[in-house]
Write a protein that binds this ligand. Sequence first.
Ligand code: G1P
Length: 294
Amino acid sequence: MNNTQGVKTAVFPVAGLGSRFLPATKAIPKEMLIVVDKPLIQYAVEEARDAGIERFIFITSQGKASIEDHFDSSPNLEKILHDRNKIADLKRLKALELDHGQAIFIRQHAPLGLGHAVWCARHLVGTEPFALILADDLILAEKPCLKQMIDNYTESDTNMVAVMEVERENVNRYGILDIASDATGIKIKAKGVVEKPSIEEAPSTTAIIGRYILNSQIFEHIGQQKPGINGEIQLTDAIQSMMKDHPLYGFRYDGQRFDCGTKEGWLEANFAFAYAEPDLREQMIRTLSKYHPS
Ligand code: G1P
């Protein structure tokens, strides 16, 4: 699939520790956690591919080599599947491969925050707007969330972030928009954005979810940031600092988001994605009713 908005590059920050999922993530990256039958990072890459993305930049760190292997070809496994006539399995394996040279892996050498992770891609992205996907925000949608955003991304000097309403008690887990005007449409203009505000200080309950389309000027602004909340270089602070010249829009996507950075969110995602598959749905319902008879 192609997109005509010129958003051809996606950045995937995958350098985080995943400490909330220890010990599961001791030896495997949290982005390789499975939801039903695919790792989180594969959902993210498929979403990007379905939105017309052609270059996939992964910001990794030590211990993340399995992500690189996952998107590489695997001649031995392919040969075995072929020799055993497991054609359907072979097809599924081939479907996830990226084309030669489409995947780029670079390392973030120290955990200095999301802004810093994105900044590590500055020499690779070029001057066009690019997408940013946080794989632990998994979105179940008929039309992939990033595709919805790109279809509504009309001014290339702007920044656009996916947003959803959250409970006020949870605003301190998100970047929160200060809404400029009419907040009823799917595209809402912001007059400010603040990372993880306190409940008292939050300008709204409209929170950033891990899908962004960013103007490439962001790198300059990230480069000028001092450490923000939690002592990290925050992407949100850089978006705020470029708002005068590059307006920010929140995009209310159509779909259901699961916070797979938490156990509850990840478990629910497994349920929802299995439920969405006709082959698994009945079995899911039977299994659940076994544990929770009505
Ligand atoms: C990051 C962003 C935050 C955003 C959130 C969405 O925070 O910094 O603005 O709302 O992702 O999941 P993190 O979850 O990495 O703390």
